[in-house]
Structures are given as structure tokens and as C-alpha cells.
Design a protein around this ligand. Structure first.
Ligand code: UD1
Length: 418
């Protein structure tokens, strides 16, 4: 097991550069198999989720050439074989191979995906979308066989604007015959990044980034070169860390519009920031932060992935703040550990009530999932004394070089294996 140890209470100053977006990368890698030639993706983050997807590519006999930050994926000798559970369960995004393989071969055999235990996370909307395109689904225990004689474009309405379902349906529909319309599609920037990638390969997708996506199927997808967008969740996490202990802390390589909701909330708290074209600098935090409320929502609302780190900041605000989680049923697993660090928080249904400010004092905590782990890092940097975070593997799934990036701005943080 990996453990992160932080000596907190230090001020952080300097620049942190944001890496390529995890949630875009994890869809772009499976999407790349749709080409019959070679796809080059650059600005790929070195995180363990990238490794897990490259392992699946290798099982499919896809040639993967990885250099610093770029991936060349060649599908010339590719074979459509079953993706076994030991691979699918390593991450949520393994499910994007369902849409991509179905699109390319009209058949896919794979096991249920893994990922953070932040809720039930069913995949019914993905499967309904595949069925609408003409696929039949056989499900035995955890194994899914999805196949179609032919995929035919369809009108698909998503009951919920799911990121995963929108991308997965798009991956299958680019190789279907005729036109597919996805209504109530998710609008996250990662979806736009994936649609641009597919269009660069010759797909015909319009409307990504709005709630109606139109896809005209094509027979062939060609060679292409593509760049991953900066990670808005990594950026948001470091901006929050800046608000907790920055003096000043510049977060570079950010698309500020992707973190608009966070920036508005930080302004409500009273954080002083400079927002540039591609950076956000947290100048300083006033003595007293104002309490505020957040409610998570689909993009462009307040990102559920930033809810957990933001809760840490609210423990430092004067008065009562409320955090309502609307996307995942089980995304408060960081709260007991924040309380162990000294926070005053109660949870009722899907709302956490935080009374502050409270001093945080280092202790032993657990990274129960990826963003809960990020919250523990933020809290550990603020807390006096030593914070020890166990199960730190979760954090490495989504934050490239987190130890190096924080050390470079003055944090005392290290990782070890026990
Ligand atoms: C993606 C992100 C995750 C982020 C989330 C919401 C990736 C790899 N992960 O997760 O970091 O927190 O978007 O922004 O990109 N749902 C169903 N049935 C389905 C699909 C989803 O009920 O078929 C529900 C989920 O259980 C959840 C909600 O819809 O309650 C949102 O899920 P979704 O948008 O699909 O999130 P993910 O793609 O899993």
C-alpha cells in the first residue's frame, strides 16, 4: 500500500502546471481504436488510469508507443478479444471500450467496469443507447456481450445527462449507418475533446458541448494527431489548495471557463485571485473567509469532483456552509476523516453542514477514493503537524506527479510504500 505523509501548515508559493485531463484521456485512448490506422495523442498524463487502459490496448493486440506525454496507438494488427475482469475493474473508463469495440467490430465482450465506489454507478443508459442503435445485450453475472448485425443511427434521449453514456453512445454511433441524435447529452468539456478527436479522424459529429449531439455515421476513420485539454479537476484542486495555503500560488495551463463555477464560489468566500487567459493565481486569502453553500450539478454547474476538496476549504470559513451532493449517492466518504482532522461537520441525507472555522490538526486518514484522496491532501497541507494518508494509490490514478508538483511550491510531502 502507498502512503502519503504531509507536514502541514506551510505556505505554498510558485507555479503549478496542469497536466492533460484524466477524464478526457481515459475516453480518448479507447476512442483511438476506432481508427484503422494510427492515432497520436499528446499531453497524455502519466497517471495509473492511463497505464490501465494501455494494458487493455495490449490485450487487443494494439501497438502502443509511449513517450513523455504522448501516445501513438496503431490498430493495424488489432484483435477483438474479451476484456477480462482483472482489467475492466481497474477503472471506470474501461467501459469506453464497449462503445468503441461495438462501433468497430459490432461485437464486444467485457466485464463490468471498476472505479471509485462513490455510488451504485449503473450503466443502464449506456446499454439502452447501444440497444437503440440495434445491439442486443447478454449479461451473465458481471460479463456483458453486446453485439449487432448492423448498427443503425437512432434518436436517443438520455434520462440523465451522463458523461459516460454520452461518450460511449457517441463512440458506437460514429460507425453506425445513418444519423444518431443524442438528446439531453452531457456537456462536459471532455466530451467536446473526444468529439474533436473523432472528427479529426473523419467522424461527423456536431453539437458536442450542447445538450443535442448529432452524429452521421461513417465507414472509416483515418490517422490523426490530437492534444488532450488541461485537466479542470486537477486545476480546481490546486486552486483550492492555493486558497487554503497559497501565498501566492499560480495555477498555469488552465482553461478558466472550465472552472467558472469554482471561481465564482471562491469569490463569494472572499479569496483574492487573478484570472488570466490560461492561468489562475490565488493571491492570498483574507483573515476571515465567508461561509457559502454549494450544490453539485452537471457542467457548467459546480463539479461533483471538486466537492470533496472544496469541503476542506469550507472548514476554514466563518459560520455555517452547506454542501449538497446531487450526482453520486456516496460522495461524502471524506467527511469522517475531515472530522478526525478537527472539522465540525454533520451529514443529513445528501447535505453536509459545516461549521467553521476550525483548526485542522494532522492525523492518520484514508483516501477512500480519488477525489476524497485529493481532499485529504488539501486538508493535510493546511493542518498543523503530520497527516498520514493511507490508500494513496487512489490519488495516483488521477494526479500526475502530485508529490513533485507540491514539493516544488514548498510543501513537505512524500510518498512511501509499505
Ligand atoms: C464521469 C467522470 C467522473 C465525474 C462524473 C460526473 C470519467 C471517467 N468520470 O463519471 O469523474 O464525477 O462523470 O461529472 O469521466 N448513471 C446512471 N446510469 C448510467 C450512467 C450514469 O444512473 O448508465 C448515473 C450515475 O450513477 C451517477 C450519474 O448518473 O449518479 C452521473 O454519472 P455519469 O455522468 O455517467 O458519470 P461517470 O461517467 O461515471
Amino acid at each position: 500500500m502507498k502512503i502519503i505523509e504531509i507536514e502541514g501548515g506551510r505556505q505554498l508559493s510558485g507555479t503549478i502546471r496542469i497536466s492533460g485531463a484524466k477524464n478526457a484521456t481515459v475516453a480518448l485512448i479507447p476512442a483511438a481504436i476506432l481508427t484503422d490506422e494510427e492515432a497520436t495523442i499528446c499531453n497524455v498524463p502519466e497517471i495509473t488510469d492511463t497505464d490501465a487502459l494501455c494494458d487493455i490496448l495490449k490485450i487487443l493486440n494494439v501497438k502502443v508507443n509511449r513517450s513523455t506525454e504522448s501516445l501513438v496507438i496503431n490498430t493495424k494488427d488489432m484483435k477483438n478479444v474479451s476484456i477480462e475482469e482483472e482489467y475492466s475493474k481497474k477503472l471506470r473508463a474501461s467501459y469506453y471500450f464497449m462503445g468503441a469495440l461495438l462501433g468497430k467490430y459490432k461485437k464486444v465482450e467485457m466485464y463490468f467496469p471498476g472505479g471509485c465506489s462513490i455510488g451504485a454507478r449503473p450503466i443502464d443508459l449506456h446499454l439502452k443507447g447501444f440497444e437503440a442503435l440495434g445491439a442486443t445485450i447478454t449479461n451473465e453475472k458481471n460479463k456483458y456481450i453486446v453485439e449487432a448485425k448492423e448498427l443503425k443511427g437512432a434518436n436517443i434521449y438520455l434520462d440523465f445527462a451522463s458523461v459516460g453514456a454520452t461518450i460511449n453512445i457517441m463512440l458506437a454511433a460514429v460507425r453506425a449507418k445513418g444519423k444518431t441524435i443524442i438528446d439531453n447529452a452531457a456537456k462536459e468539456p471532455e466530451i467536446v475533446n473526444v468529439a474533436t478527436f473523432l472528427n479529426n479522424m473523419g467522424a461527423k459529429i456536431q453539437g458536442a458541448g450542447t445538450s443535442t449531439i448529432k452524429i452521421e455515421g461513417v465507414d472509416h476513420l483515418h490517422k490523426c494527431f490530437h492534444e488532450v485539454i488541461p485537466d479542470r479537476i486537477e486545476a480546481g484542486t490546486y486552486i483550492i489548495i492555493g486558497a487554503l495555503c497559497g501565498n501566492p500560488l499560480k495555477i498555469d495551463n488552465v482553461i478558466p471557463e472550465h472552472v467558472d463555477a469554482l471561481i465564482s464560489k471562491l469569490e463569494e468566500l472572499g479569496i483574492n485571485m487573478e484570472v488570466g487567459l490560461d492561468y489562475v493565481t490565488v493571491l492570498n486569502s483574507p483573515e476571515k473567509l465567508k461561509a457559502t453553500n454549494i450544490k453539485t450539478a452537471v457542467f457548467p454547474g459546480f463539479a461533483t469532483d471538486l466537492q470533496q476538496p472544496f469541503t476542506v476549504l469550507l472548514t476554514q470559513a466563518e459560520g455555517r456552509s452547506k454542501v449538497t451532493e446531487t450526482i453520486f449517492e456516496n460522495r461524502f466518504m471524506h467527511i469522517p476523516y475531515l472530522k478526525a482532522l478537527g472539522a465540525d461537520i454533520t451529514i443529513k441525507n445528501q447535505t453536509a453542514t459545516i461549521d467553521g472555522p476550525t483548526k485542522l490538526k494532522g492525523t492518520e486518514v484514508v483516501a477512500t477514493d480519488l477525489r476524497a484522496g485529493a481532499a485529504m491532501v488539501a486538508a493535510g497541507l493546511k493542518a498543523e503537524g503530520t497527516t498520514t494518508i493511507t490508500n494513496a494509490e487512489h490519488i495516483l490514478r488521477g494526479y500526475e506527479q502530485i508529490i513533485e508538483k507540491l514539493t516544488a511550491v514548498g510543501a513537505k510531502i512524500r510518498i512511501k510504500e509499505i
